[in-house]
Ligand binder design. Structure first.
Ligand code: OGA
Ligand code: MN
Length: 279
């Protein structure tokens, strides 16, 4: 057990907890890191408040949980390629990732987690919603669960509004051609590699269809699953304040940043931790 125990305060019934008693700008003991990982596995998304950190601290903290990966379609900060700035300017209408999704499931190895730090916030709004994909799976009927168990979903980087936002970003900070479409196949029901619990692993942002089925054939069932998996009682809402940091387990959660602050600027710094092949 850590010598100086951390305090964990859940923010909702489904998922999400605030962690107090740690300073992310300081080097932490292995015991503290273990306690934080444990809290992440238990609460799926964890939040830190009043943190005064620089990019170098965010990178050092993230590296305690695994190798960092660079975002495939967006360029990082100068001098800190692992940090992607997530920005919405006052005149912009679309926000980065502005719909329910799990990050970059169009990769063969999607990230295990993402750590997002608030840098500049609008005066109101700009909250981020999270949803619990264990609950989404466990609340399906036995018949639906056994049907989904053997199915495979196809994710694409080109789907929907997420990609439009990225195309906008790519005009100014591209490192790959915007004609590239990344695609990956993953099981519709995934087993979390650490908790060994099953979870629902399709998402509105990136899943385009089931394997061996057309988009039209897949749509009715996918649309049902998208609506089911984001039922309010499976979610939490995180209100950002200066110094707030969120760390989500990207394997068993989805998130949706609320786009309700037109006319104001919002700047976040994002790092991504490498994950394993979904199975
Ligand atoms: C992301 C994302 C959420 C937010 O960085 O992957 O979806 O609140 N951002 O900005
Ligand atoms: Mn995201």
């Amino acid at each position: 057990m850590p010598k100086q125990p951390i305090e964990i305060r859940p923010i909702a019934g489904a998922l999400g907890a605030e962690i107090f008693g740690v300073d992310l700008a300081c080097e932490m003991s292995d015991d503290i890191i273990k306690a934080i990982r444990h809290a992440l596995l238990n609460h799926l998304v964890i939040f830190f408040r009043d943190q005064d950190i620089e990019p170098v601290h965010q990178i050092a903290f993230a590296k305690r949980f695994g190798n960092l990966i660079e975002y495939p379609l967006v360029k990082g900060l100068d001098g800190f390629p692992e940090i992607v700035p997530v920005v919405k300017l006052p005149h912009e209408r679309a926000n980065f990732g502005g719909l329910w999704h799990s990050d970059t499931t169009y990769l063969d190895l999607p990230p295990m987690g993402t750590i997002l730090a608030a840098r500049e916030l609008p005066p109101y709004g700009g909250n981020t919603l999270f949803a619990n994909m264990y609950m989404a799976y466990e609340t399906l009927s036995e018949g639906m669960r056994s049907m989904l168990d053997g199915m495979v979903g196809i994710s694409s980087s080109a789907k929907s509004r997420v990609s439009k936002t990225r195309e906008n970003l790519m005009k100014t900070s591209s490192k790959v051609s915007d004609s590239i479409e990344l695609m990956a196949e993953h099981p519709v029901v995934r087993t979390h590699p650490e908790t060994r619990r099953k979870l629902l692993y399709v998402n509105f942002g990136h899943t385009v269809r089931f394997k061996n089925m057309t988009e039209a054939e897949s749509a009715p069932l996918l649309n049902f699953l998208y609506a089911h998996q984001t039922r309010p009682e499976f979610t939490c809402c995180f209100r950002w304040l200066p110094g707030s940091i969120a760390f989500w387990d990207n394997r068993c959660t989805q998130h949706n940043p609320v786009n309700d602050y037109h006319g104001f600027k919002r700047v976040m710094h994002r790092v991504t931790i490498a994950g394993e092949r979904p199975a």
